[in-house]
Design a protein around this ligand. Structure first.
Ligand code: NAD
Length: 452
């Protein structure tokens, strides 16, 4: 594939106005919706092959999220595309000031393997709604999903608007040499640096949706059975391979035993005594990640699970207790079904711990004490926060989704997606009347005239 030809042609199509009007944008969004509706089984099958994702989980965590984004665009695009009138300053009282959202142009979307449908198509919906043309680069690490989209994207979306480029590091490196008007990257911080470096060559703006270690702070006021169900669901769906998954727990010491008991109960309730046989439990994406996650298990700290089977890429839901900051499991994003618990004596200690590390993509607080919740919200920084639940804040279209610091840069979802792929053009519209009012600004200047 001649990548520079692909990008040049897309740019020409953009210049020719292929996505200018609302009708063409809505049409492409409708086609994206049709793609999902008419190929649901095919997509679900590919997700099962790549990640052992069960149908319900795939529907809720992947397809539904894209459909929600598309639906939100259908409902609001007209309003989003309308210029926003703003009040002029005193010098311009007789003039009209407005902000127009204009599409950026050719957008590159690079996506990861863990939610290979949602994280490819949700940003695509935003980019199309904003009137851009798009190059999609799905992850080669989820090969079945990638293959499905290689065949579906050209069948459903106008080739003048969207092109899919498959491949891995080689192809992405070649793409990154080309000039784009925006790069939207979801993946690891180490790769984000490569993307940002390449983007700087063309001064291309970037959105970086990254990962990291998302903490959950738990105090003694919780109903442990309730919060354990929420944590276990948020941690072990997709076998822990979720950027928003609870990475580790910071728990008041005297609650650790009660919490562990409740977590065990929830795991058994959800996945049975032997999660390997559960249709609701996923698998690790490949051998490399399997080895990486297994190496993080310190068997002396395992209080539940700790089983694995390489032939099946299976790692059981695993809880580790009395973990310390020095344990290797705390040195990197786990991205697998291991849940370490670290003990603290008081909430301030948890706040200090979180603040001494990179800013996480999500911070979870479990407490019924509103002053504890407020204190943590005020004294920590993270991409987002969810109080008394896990993951679900990421599915609210009106909440911007993105990180801060090492967990990312920029945000999307809902209107935020439209904004991230738009340039906000400031427009001052004057007429040619009242020219006498301008006399004061023209030379020769009258030094006695002084305006504050
Ligand atoms: P990754 O960074 O390895 O890969 C992402 C994309 O970059 C893929 O399309 C891949 O082909 C490409 N790529 C990989 N190495 C490259 C290189 N050297 N040069 C150019 N391109 C390269 O990430 P991953 O393993 O697919 O996903 C896991 C990471 O993504 C985790 O850190 C996770 O937290 C993060 N993530 C973040 C979000 C979010 O929304 N914030 C969502 C999912 C995953």
């Amino acid at each position: 594939m001649d990548l520079s030809k692909v990008v040049n042609e897309l740019r020409q199509n953009f210049k020719n106005g292929v996505m200018q009007g609302i009708e063409s944008r809505l049409h492409q969004l409708q086609r994206l919706n049709d793609l999902l509706d008419e190929n649901e089984e095919l997509i679900l099958e590919a997700l099962y092959k790549d990640l052992h994702k069960c149908k319900l989980e795939s529907n809720v965590m992947e397809l539904l999220q894209v459909r929600k984004e598309i639906g939100h665009c259908f409902q609001n695009l007209d309003e989003w595309m309308s210029p926003t009138k703003v009040s002029p300053d005193l010098l311009n009282v007789l003039n009209h000031c407005e902000i127009r959202a204009e599409p950026k142009g050719v957008v590159l979307i690079i996506s990861p393997w863990n939610y290979p449908v949602n994280l490819l198509l949700s940003p695509l919906a935003g980019a199309l709604a904003a009137g851009n043309v798009v190059v999609l680069k799905p992850s080669e690490v989820a090969p079945n999903v990638c293959k499905v989209f290689e065949s579906l994207i050209p069948r459903y979306l106008d080739e003048k608007c969207v092109q899919l480029v498959s491949g891995g590091v080689l192809e992405t490196t070649a793409l990154l040499k080309l000039r784009f008007d925006h790069i939207f990257f979801t993946g690891a911080p180490s790769v984000a640096k490569i993307v940002m470096r390449a983007a700087s060559e063309h001064l291309t703006p970037v959105t970086l949706e990254l990962g990291g270690k998302c903490p959950a702070i738990i105090d003694e006021t919780c109903d442990f059975d309730t919060i354990s169900k929420r944590i276990v669901w948020g941690k072990f769906c997709n076998s822990g391979q979720t950027c928003l998954a609870v990475d580790y727990i910071l728990c008041i010491k005297k609650c650790q035993d009660a919490l562990v008991n409740s977590l065990k109960k929830a795991i058994v309730k959800f996945y049975g005594e032997d999660p390997k046989g559960s249709k609701s439990y996923g698998r690790i994406i490949n051998e490399r990640h399997f080895e990486r996650v297994c190496n993080l298990i310190n068997s002396s700290k395992v209080v539940f699970g700790g089983n694995f089977d390489k032939s099946n890429l299976y790692i059981s839901p695993t809880i580790l207790s009395n973990v310390t900051a020095d344990d290797s499991i705390m040195s990197e994003e786990i991205f697998g079904p291991l849940l370490p618990i670290l003990c603290i004596d008081k909430i301030d200690e948890a706040i200090d711990f979180v603040n001494s590390r990179e800013k996480p993509l999500a911070l979870y607080v479990f407490s019924t004490n509103s002053s504890v919740v407020e204190k943590i919200l005020k004294q920590t920084s993270s991409g987002g926060v969810c109080v008394n639940d896990a993951l679900v804040h990421g599915a609210v279209p009106n909440l911007p989704f993105g990180g801060i610091g090492q967990s990312g840069m920029g945000a999307y979802h809902g209107k935020e997606s439209f904004d991230v792929f738009s340039h906000k053009k400031s427009c001052l519209l004057k007429n040619q009347k009242f020219e006498f009012m301008n006399d004061i600004r023209y030379p020769p200047y009258d030094e006695n005239w002084f305006v504050i």
